[in-house]
Ligand binder design. Structure first.
Ligand code: HEM
Length: 159
């Protein structure tokens, strides 16, 4: 039956689609299209603008996942301390850890690695640009794998 918890679960799944779908859209559509631009400065500013804009929505989705997730735990009559006791709880615990890890990587990506790529590019330092871009690629892969793993855990919560 539809009730307030249907809305909370809806917002939880909506946030998951924003988070995972946004990452896939960025990697599969926005960045490849931007890379077709022959002008390096235009390419960079387009990718930065798209990533920044997604950063806001990603942050909203991250908070929404956590808040609605804790609401759903409470709705199941559980607390954080109960989670290690059951398979269901351990999967949720793993999702919380993954979400926090992915969030930390996203912040490092936006505030530490990203600005260094831009700085190295502006200075014309090709070696540093390659190195920081490679670090960004590793971070992207970790965020995608972590988010897909969380999604897998989510859909396997209930048989
Ligand atoms: C990237 C991270 C996450 C993703 C992609 C995600 C995705 C989902 C999805 C798709 C469902 C629906 C599963 C179904 O009904 O079959 C779900 C359920 C659930 N999620 Fe998450 N989630 C994430 C993080 C979290 C976090 C951080 C928490 C806890 C704070 C949480 C708590 C829950 C709970 C308790 C349910 C089950 C609701 C129920 O038993 O009816 N999730 N999640």
């Amino acid at each position: 039956m539809d009730d307030i918890w249907t809305l909370v679960r809806f917002l939880h799944v909506l946030a998951a689609t924003m988070w995972v779908g946004g990452m896939l859209f960025l990697g599969l559509v926005a960045v490849p299209v931007a890379l077709k631009n022959p002008d390096p400065a235009e390419r960079r500013s387009l990718i930065t603008a798209v990533a920044k804009r997604f950063g806001y929505f990603g942050a909203v989705a991250w908070v929404m996942l956590l808040v609605t997730g804790f609401g759903l735990i409470d709705h199941r009559g559980l607390s954080l301390a109960d989670l290690p006791d059951t398979g269901y709880g351990r999967r949720i615990l793993a999702k919380i850890v993954l979400l926090i890890l992915v969030g930390v990587i996203a912040v490092l990506h936006g505030m530490w690695q990203g600005p260094r790529v831009r700085r190295a590019e502006a200075a014309g330092d090709e070696r540093a640009t390659r190195r920081w871009k490679a670090a960004g690629g590793i971070m992207d892969a970790m965020m995608l794998i972590g988010s897909l793993a969380a999604l897998w855990l989510a859909v396997s919560l209930i048989a």
